[in-house]
Design a protein around this ligand. Structure first.
Ligand code: GLV
Length: 321
């Protein structure tokens, strides 16, 4: 029997690549940054596709891949770039890499909170120019103690963010979600509230939920207006959870005090985008998952899914039904 064909659209870690090469598949290790046209041409006839969010996995792609395709394995926890219903209709298994980057993302969420509250980018810029004096009113920010943090989405990442926050002396954290999660909430001492309450009461709102029809554009100008004017919003989930133009307006109108974004729309964000013009808005290039440890775990899980799927086994990290 011919070997299974596997297309990989991103750069694997050295360890993961060696493992994949040893599995005897016919590999197409595509150069990163594959155009849609190249993706469509390379996906034809493959049995497994290892992909990232830049690759839109829709009907067109699945049709182009054809009947051979058995597994789509995304190297991410999020899978909003995959048309799950279309994959299901074709009997294609879909896997992701949950929990591999939880610690990395939670660490970066804390970093973003502190960067915004303590005006770290402005401080770094000031140190570089040497234009600072030892007076005591320079770049005053806010500390975390006694602040109310609201987490939108108490999944793995939201919980990991809350665990980290307890050491900072924050007030009892709030969370909103599709439903209460009493067991997890008890572990981290969080209180379930409706979204409106969370928005109105929080000093720091950290978006950790998945992107789906109910969370797309959840944060509008109207929602920003319900926040305290001293509040900041952090997004380590997906850009489309915020109506980005309305965030720009809210920052311009000083409706909120700042934002820290690891995700945005589109990615990369054009260099002349308005969000880069606000000193109180920290924008990072979607690097929350970017630690060596997380990356290795993600690549290995992505391969685990392919190996299982091509052996007609259930995927160890299947997307939820
Ligand atoms: O964005 C990264 C992920 O979904 O893992």
């Amino acid at each position: 029997m011919d070997p299974h064909r596997v297309l990989v659209t991103y750069r694997l870690t050295t360890g993961a690549q060696k493992r994949l090469e040893a599995l005897g598949y016919e590999l197409d290790l595509a150069p990163p940054g594959l155009s849609r046209t190249d993706l469509l041409s390379r996906v034809r006839g493959v049995h497994a596709l290892m992909c990232i969010p830049a690759d839109r996995i829709d009907t067109e792609l699945l049709d182009t891949a054809g009947n051979s395709l058995r597994v789509v394995s995304t190297n991410t926890a999020g899978y909003d770039h995959i048309d799950l219903a279309a994959a299901r209709r074709r009997g294609i298994m879909v896997g992701h890499t949950p929990d591999a980057a939880t610690d990395a993302v939670a660490d970066l969420a804390i970093a973003l909170i502190i960067m915004v509250l303590r005006r770290v980018p402005a401080a770094v810029a000031m140190a570089r120019t040497g234009e600072w004096s030892p007076e005591h009113t320079m770049l005053l920010g806010h500390q975390l103690r006694d602040k109310t943090v609201g987490i939108v989405g108490l999944g793995r990442i939201g919980t990991a963010v809350m665990r980290r926050l307890t050491g900072f002396g924050v007030r009892q954290p709030l969370y909103s979600d599709r439903h209460a999660r009493p067991e997890i909430a008890m572990q981290v001492g969080a209180r379930f509230v409706d979204f409106g309450t969370l928005v109105g009461k929080s000093d720091i709102i950290c978006i950790c939920c998945t992107l789906n029809d109910s969370t797309r554009h959840l944060f509008t100008y109207d929602v920003f207006r319900q926040m305290k004017s001293s509040a900041v919003v952090i997004n380590v989930a997906r850009g489309d959870i915020i109506k980005q133009d309305e965030l720009v307006r809210a920052l311009a109108d000083r409706v909120i005090a700042g934002a820290g974004l690891d995700v945005m729309t589109p990615e990369p964000l054009p260099a002349d985008h308005a969000l880069f013009g606000f000193p109180n808005c920290v924008v990072l290039p979607h690097v929350a998952y970017a630690t060596l440890e997380a990356r290795e775990a993600m690549c290995q899980r992505c391969i685990d899914n392919v190996v299982a799927g091509l052996n007609d086994q259930p995927l160890p990290y299947s997307v939820p039904n």
